[in-house]
Write a protein that binds this ligand. Structure first.
Ligand code: ADP
Ligand code: MG
Length: 1045
């Protein structure tokens, strides 16, 4: 295993080694220049840089400023695990890194909700663009993501290859030099999720489209298209693959760069275009434009006899016209002529050769420049806050990233370098403003004892360039607008006139002998904060004018190409107003940028280039010293060392850290200053660690603040718990109150309802009682309103009661006593009910029982209230016969023949004469009756001859059958005694149909004796039954007395 760890084959081990060695090696020199022993020594400063650079430690801090030295080689310090290492870790706890700055800025944005910006400065090729890409990558990888973010992150990252393809080029300083300024805002929502982005672009170096210095290239896109585009595509665009075929690509004689793969970058670009959301049509239009610029460059002019220019190459111009959707003839015309309006008349004047060339180049630059602006706009649309993001919180905090041109000194410096270096001056101003001057001023205003650190304030140079009326830009504008003959030379003269004697301005004429030798007559020299630069005035006026011939504009705005037609509007052609001069426009946009940056909390990345030859491991001390000087890093360090790492207003400090001290938590009521003093005392700050100013606390060492911050983080769960408890308490109380209120509402509603119900019932009851009483009073009146209810009720209740008390048997004669008002109905009902019961009873009666009853009815008709022993007989059933069938003599039965015996009963027959009793059987058939003595029929009595039947009214059993006869020989009436006298008489009456011939007599009954003699049976009541011969030949029958009960 080697020390560097790269040779190790097991990946995990490599990382392990890398990390540990990284930390170990990071002990090389000091991580923070503030810790440098001799902080006044430039040599020590540079030595520290060099030692670290040698160990590939390219990052070092000066307080919170990050100094980065371009390693010119890939270092293994940008991996995902590295990102994780820096995430949420305090700035000073871990080796310096661009990720630490990124993370610190992000957290500052999250905790303070203030806009932040990271300003990356350094000269061309120092690594600014790389740094900005690393920062973006870090955010894309470590910020919390939403579904929107996952695409936004891609787009943020993919915007780079597009902008680089169209805005970067190989220069002598940098193979991938940004030829435009870029400021990018990334917007975050309240959860820290990136939700949108916006890019501002500054002054693209358009001159590069038509002209490149030796060893430099045009913008990458041209080479990428030629190298990477498919044959079919190139054919469609009318292009050849060889870049040397195009005039616009041959000037630098350097179409191939070893460090760049145009073919790969083409693929990356195409992918990026589709990620960002360029449609196929957009892409086609874009490539049409790029190709048309190449064709335009190949358009050549010839000169006519009178010096008028004409186009000598038909194919290229035809291609341009085709690709841009223009008419070839009008395009050719526009490139070789110009329209002038003099005294209201329009004239068309031919251009000379030079004019035609420059109008061609102007067109190429304008088309390219505007297309680039369109691209940025298009990317911005794709990065814009999406509608589904909550816009209610209008102020999304942003982190701004500024990657703008670095200070640049070339062999021949033109208008572009002038602008670029002016921009550098402005940024240096901002740096001075925010770190040196303001910091020192703050100590003074806060009344902190302080020894001023001297630094070079470049304001004087900024003024020299931008001052109104007297500044270089003002003079340039004036020269462009002034009527009459003006030229770059006249501009130079004007500069000399106005600025001669300025300590930072020199021209050939103004210079002393030594300087004169290294300056041409066409140059002026500015003594920039970063060094001296000679600017050649050639082309200044034209570039500042940046105007396109109106005739050309008129033609181009007819284009079918959607991008071109958006970039060149008809309104612009009609507009007679002069557009802003390029330098002024640039100045204004820079001023706006500075204003914007001033509102944000800045972090700095200062990039240093170790050598001019893009070589890894080569540390050119002179070059580095120069940069350290002009970047003001030493001054920066001195201010840092002497000063305080952090300051916070009393209010902010107290607000943030008050939970750490019981006296200040939750609220401090006294003066803020006292509160802060109490707090830091409690925290145990040492005297040298901090100072209290008038409105701010100054903390000297970052460590002090970090410890405090750590303490706060540790305290947070406790605070959260307190907040949670009181919040939950509050919420529960509120809930309880709501429930209580709801209960009371429900209760009162329910009780109200109940009470109303009760009142209603009472009212109804009172009303009822009143009606009742009234009804009772009127109860005897006819049915009338006063008594209707009462009577109805009486009836109703009577009927209801009756229905429950109806007699259930026919014998039950009971009936509910009715009130007078229903007595009639009651009577009807009673009868009805009785009838009904009778009917039901009758239906239920069996035939035998019916027979029984019929006999009983007949008995009743005969004997009721006539004979004393009748009541006793009622309860006894009549039998079909009183003698069993087998007790009757068979012979007798045979004698009777077909006449069936209907009834048989034992009787005692009394002789008429002596009244001798003889036991006999009396058999009744249908037509006659017979008296039988054992086996002999003694007497037959035909019913037809029967005259009547007599019985007494007493309780004896005597029956006298009257048989009237003229015939004296007849035996006469028959006297019988039977114990079933009622049954016998009833049966006989029925069988013989003698109902009307039954006599019931009290006292005595006459009967006919033998031979017509009349005699009597006398009946008296006695103790017991006795039949005996009485006086006068009468038969005396004593009937037993029947108890009345
Ligand atoms: N951190 C770095 N690691 C590796 N190479 C780097 C780094 N920074 C810069 N470089 C190299 O330096 C070149 C120029 O860097 P760049 O960022 O384009 O410079 P600037 O934007 O300041 O002009 C890059 O193309 C790259 O090769
Ligand atoms: Mg760059």
């Amino acid at each position: 295993m080697r020390y560097q760890g790269r040779e190790v084959d097991i990946e995990g081990r490599v990382r392990l080694v890398m990390e540990s060695t990284l930390t170990a090696r990071d002990r090389v020199g000091v991580q923070d220049f503030v810790l440098l022993e001799n902080h006044n020594s430039e040599a020590a400063f540079i030595e520290n840089l060099r030692r670290r650079f040698r160990e590939n430690l390219i990052y070092t801090y000066i307080g919170s400023v990050l100094v980065s030295v371009n390693p010119y080689k890939e270092l293994e310090i940008y991996s995902k695990p590295q990102m994780e290492r820096y995430r949420g870790v305090s700035f000073y706890e871990i080796s310096p890194h661009i990720y630490a700055v990124s993370d610190n800025t992000y957290r500052a944005m999250r905790t303070t909700s203030r806009d932040q910006c990271i300003l990356i400065s350094g000269e061309s090729g120092a690594g600014k663009t790389e740094a900005s890409k690393k920062i973006l990558l870090y955010y894309a990888a470590t910020c919390p993501a939403s579904h929107h973010m996952s695409t936004l992150g891609d787009r943020l990252l993919q915007s780079n290859p597009i902008l680089e393809a169209f805005g970067n080029a190989k220069t002598l300083r940098n193979d991938n030099s940004s030829r435009f300024g870029k400021y990018m805002d990334v917007q975050f929502d309240f959860k820290g999720v990136p939700v949108g982005g916006h890019i501002l672009n500054y002054l693209l170096e358009k001159s590069r489209v038509v002209q490149q210095n030796h060893g430099e290239r045009n913008f990458h896109i041209f080479y990428q298209l030629l190298d990477g585009g498919g044959n079919e595509l190139l054919q469609m665009l009318g292009l050849e693959r060889n870049p040397l075929s195009y005039q616009y690509l041959v000037k630098g004689s350097c179409s191939k760069v070893s460090s760049i793969s145009d073919k790969n970058n083409w693929k990356v670009l195409m992918n990026a275009l589709s990620v960002i959301g360029f449609t196929d049509e957009d892409q086609k239009n874009l490539l049409d434009i790029i190709a048309s610029i190449l064709h335009l460059g190949n358009t050549q002019f010839g000169e006519g006899e009178e010096g008028e220019a004409h186009i000598t190459t038909e194919i290229p111009i035809a291609n341009v016209a085709k690709l841009l959707g223009l008419e070839a003839s009008s395009l050719s015309g526009a490139l070789t002529h110009k329209k002038l309006t003099a005294k209201g008349e329009e004239m068309i004047i031919p251009l000379n050769f030079e004019q035609a060339m420059s109008s061609r180049d102007a067109l190429a630059k304008a088309v390219y420049g505007r297309t680039f602006t369109w691209l940025v706009e298009k990317i911005n649309q794709s990065l814009a806050l999406k509608d589904d993001v909550d816009h209610s919180n209008k102020t999304f905090p942003v982190i701004g990233l500024l990657d703008i041109y670095g200070f640049e000194v070339l062999q021949r410096n033109s208008f572009e370098q002038f602008c670029i270096n002016y921009c550098s001056e402005k940024l240096q101003q901002l740096f001075i403003e925010l770190t040196l001057r303001s910091e020192q001023e703050e100590y003074t205003t806060e009344g902190i004892a302080w020894e001023m650190v001297k630094y070079f304030d470049n304001k004087i140079i900024c003024d020299l360039i931008e001052e109104k009326h007297k500044g270089i830009i003002a003079i340039l504008d004036e020269e462009c607008l002034r009527p009459g003959e003006t030229s770059d030379e006249s501009f130079l003269e004007k500069l000399e006139d106005t600025l001669g004697g300025h300590p930072h301005f020199v021209t050939h004429k103004l210079a002393n002998g030594k300087t004169r030798k290294v300056m041409s007559r066409e140059e002026f020299r500015l003594l920039h904060y970063a060094g001296e630069v000679n600017y050649n005035v050639n082309g200044f006026l034209e570039k500042n004018n940046d105007s396109l011939n109106r005739t050309v504009k008129e033609v181009v705005c007819q284009s079918d190409n959607r991008i071109i037609s958006q970039c060149f509007s008809r309104e612009e052609v009609m507009d007679q107003k002069r557009p802003q001069m390029a330098a002024t426009h640039f100045k204004n946009s820079l001023l706006k940028l500075m204003e914007n940056l001033m509102t944000k909390e800045p972090s700095y990345v200062r990039c240093i280039k170790p050598n001019d030859v893009k070589q890894p491991g080569h540390f050119d001390e002179v070059l580095v010293r120069h940069q350290v000087r002009y970047l003001g890093l030493m001054e920066n360090l001195r201010v840092r060392r002497a000063g305080f790492a952090y300051r916070r207003s009393f209010e902010a400090f107290l607000q943030r850290y008050k939970p750490l001290c019981p006296e200040t938590w939750p609220n401090w009521c006294g003066r803020l200053e006292d509160g802060v003093a109490t707090l830091v005392n409690h925290l145990g700050y040492q005297e040298e660690e901090y100072k209290l100013g008038r409105s701010k606390i100054f903390i000297r060492f970052p460590r002090t603040l970090f410890l405090t911050e750590d303490a706060l983080q540790a305290k947070k769960p406790e605070i959260a718990l307190t907040l949670q408890t009181s919040w939950r308490g509050y919420r529960e109380r509120a809930k309880y109150k709501r429930i209580r209120h709801a209960i009371i509402v429900i209760q009162s509603a329910w009780r109200g309802m109940k009470a109303r119900q009760r009142a209603r019932r009472r009212r109804q009851a009172a009303e009822l009682i009143r009606r009742f009483i009234k009804g009772f009073i009127y109860r005897h009146e006819d049915y009338c309103p006063e008594n209707d209810y009462f009577l109805d009720h009486v009836r109703y209740s009577f009927l209801m009661k009756l229905s429950k008390n109806l007699p259930t048997s026919v014998l039950d004669k009971s009936w509910l006593a009715s009130p007078p008002s229903v007595s009639e109905a009651s009577e009807h009902l009673r009868k009805l009910h009785m009838r009904n019961m009778v009917m039901k009873y009758c239906i239920r009666i069996q035939p035998e029982w019916k027979n029984q009853l019929t006999q009983k009815v007949v008995a009743s008709e005969i004997f009721k209230d006539q004979k004393d022993n009748y009541p006793q007989s009622v309860g006894k059933l009549f039998l079909d016969s009183r003698i069993e069938h087998d007790q009757i003599n068979l012979k007798v039965l045979q004698t009777l023949g077909s006449d069936k015996v209907q009834y048989a009963v034992p009787v005692t027959k009394y002789d008429r004469r002596g009244f001798k009793p003889r036991s006999r059987q009396l058999l009744l058939s249908n037509t006659f009756a017979v008296l039988v003595d054992k086996t002999k029929i003694k007497q037959r009595i035909d019913y037809a001859s029967l005259g009547g039947i007599s019985v007494s009214s007493l309780s004896d059993g005597m029956v006298i059958l009257h048989i009237p006869s003229e015939d004296k020989k007849q035996k006469g009436d028959v006297l019988l005694h039977c114990y079933h006298v009622i049954e016998l008489v009833t049966k006989l009456a029925l069988i013989a149909r003698m109902l009307n011939h039954i006599n019931i007599k009290p006292g005595s009954v006459r009967f006919a004796g033998a031979r017509g003699n009349e005699s009597f049976v006398d009946f008296v009541r006695g103790p017991e039954l006795k039949v005996a011969k009485g006086k006068r030949g009468h038969l005396l029958v004593t009937a037993p007395r029947i108890n009345a009960t």
